[in-house]
Design a protein around this ligand. Sequence first.
Ligand code: MGD
Ligand code: MGD
Ligand code: MO
Length: 553
Amino acid sequence: MAVFGTGATTNSYDEMENTDVLIAWGSNTQECHPIIFNHIRRGIKNNGTKMIVIDPRKIDQTKLAEKWLPVRVGADIALANSMAQVIIEEELYDEEFVSRATEHFNQYKECVKEYPPEVAEGITGVPAEDIREVARMYAKADKAIINWTLGITEHHNGTENVFALINLALLTGHIGKYGSGLNPLRGQNNVQGGGDMGALPNRLTGGWDYDDPKALELFKNVWGVPVPETKGKHQTEMLAAMEQKEIKSLYIIGENPVQSDADGHHIQKLFNDLEFLVVQDILMTKTAQMADVVLPAAASWAESDGTVTNSERRVQRVRSIVAPPGEARHDHEILQDIANAMGLDWNYQSAGEIWDEVRLLSPNFAGISYDRLEKEGGIQWPCPDESHPGTGFLHDRLWEKNVTKKVPFHPTNYQAPVEMPDNDYPFQLTTGRRLSFYNTGVQTQDYKKIKDNEEFLEISQEDADELGFENGDMARIISRRGHVTAKVKISKKLYKGLLFMTFHFPDQTDTNLLTINATDPLAGTAEFKACAVKIERADRKQRESSPVSAHGD
Ligand SMILES: Nc1nc2c(c(=O)[nH]1)N[C@H]1C(S)=C(S)[C@@H](COP(=O)(O)OP(=O)(O)OC[C@H]3O[C@@H](n4cnc5c(=O)[nH]c(N)nc54)[C@H](O)[C@@H]3O)O[C@H]1N2
Ligand SMILES: Nc1nc2c(c(=O)[nH]1)N[C@H]1C(S)=C(S)[C@@H](COP(=O)(O)OP(=O)(O)OC[C@H]3O[C@@H](n4cnc5c(=O)[nH]c(N)nc54)[C@H](O)[C@@H]3O)O[C@H]1N2
Ligand SMILES: [Mo]
């Protein structure tokens, strides 16, 4: 059956437990996807899965890895292309699959020719022999999975990075089979569900393209009104439109962009210039402080009712066990009241009623009833009818004798991050996460008893020695866009020249004042994983933070 694309993992968690080779590429799975990591861990322990970790930092999960490739930040395309070069040269690729199910192989072959391991070693920092070894391991495996997350996507060429990984799976036929595939692990418990419901500028509910005539007909019938003719803007395009004063007001639900978007000073200015800002959140945030209207939502996990869809496309029921506090209300109730105040006549009595409408709009969900969810616990889409068991892995059509729509290789070339270290800003800063804290810290930074509840500037021993820094010293970190202070922490995870910070404690250290808003032209994602900075000693008492003024001040 057709699979509509909102982007999804092709495999299930149990396949990650039952595969031969699993590459964690730019994914700190142990700290950021601990549940998925438990499956991977079981695979390693019980089924002999070999895990390859491809990450500039020697993160903890490297301890369980068969091999760790310490790729330089932003050099993944060179590495992936080099693996492909080895696989083609040594004739380890799946010739039959390539000719039956793919197109543009010759262009790809030409492209990766430029990346023999000795050349790639110079770009990536990964020893040529290790590139060969991992290439062979991946190609020869009976079943192999590539999981990736932000180390791949949060770059100005994130989409091309992803193509480079997809190319490897096409080359080896590691796609469309149990235990083989490509998995962009989802960031939050319901990122998948959010996209599936149509919270994307170019998709309708269920993943239909916004201009698919079949969908437009169906939606008009079910909704009783036509779907807007133009697609929406993604976040980066919205920011550009705010700059042009094309967008003058914003309604934000469950996001804290003043602290999570790149180049914070720039973002704060755009928000200050808005004429009208509404923020609907379960907690008071820096963004909400700037709003003209704050709508208190009730949606902590214990208060929500409805469904969430996890990283393996599994739709699951959640139920509220406590009533919302104070004036807080469920997101969908607030939205319904606003719609009705604007002259519509929405009468959804429950999340279940909304879900039944979703089932009418999308064959992916048509077979997933609340009744079944109750009995079966969770069902993976696509699930077109009530007798369908749900779908464990995607793209098995690629193994049919006559593949109707062949999948193209997308040859891609290495491009360095937009802002590389130079004489003025000699260090590369990469940003990411720690196990005990969550994104902009709104939901975690108040737990003062959690160990290490503060920002650190993580730095290699060599760099610390050169600069005369010791653990606990205060450093000022300066980029072309802003500066912050943080406590120095010497880390064995980093190579010389690379620094690491989170963005979990923006009230003390607003890391995103430093980051660059170079964005991927297709996805709009910012290059959070690479910018250039310099560091100086700072006065211990003088923690600098950047005050955010309330909107209208
Ligand atoms: N430097 C740097 N910056 C980054 C990243 C990075 O790696 N480095 N990563 C980026 C990524 S991947 C992400 S996803 C973003 C995250 O950026 P944000 O989404 O802005 O960050 P959160 O802190 O998760 O904020 C979520 C908000 O939603 C609220 N909330 C939670 N549940 C509900 C609900 O059910 N209803 C409503 N109405 N509100 C709710 C929370 O209280 C919180 O205020 O940050 C991005 N920014
Ligand atoms: N504990 C915890 N868990 C979380 C979150 C949280 O805040 N805290 N946030 C959730 C969200 S919204 C998301 S999107 C996910 C993100 O989950 P992850 O993507 O796993 O998290 P990050 O730490 O942002 O980045 C992952 C890794 O990318 C590496 N990296 C940086 N640059 C490169 C590069 O150029 N190439 C390669 N190969 N690797 C690179 C970093 O060293 C880091 O280890 O986590 C989710 N889970
Ligand atoms: Mo995310």
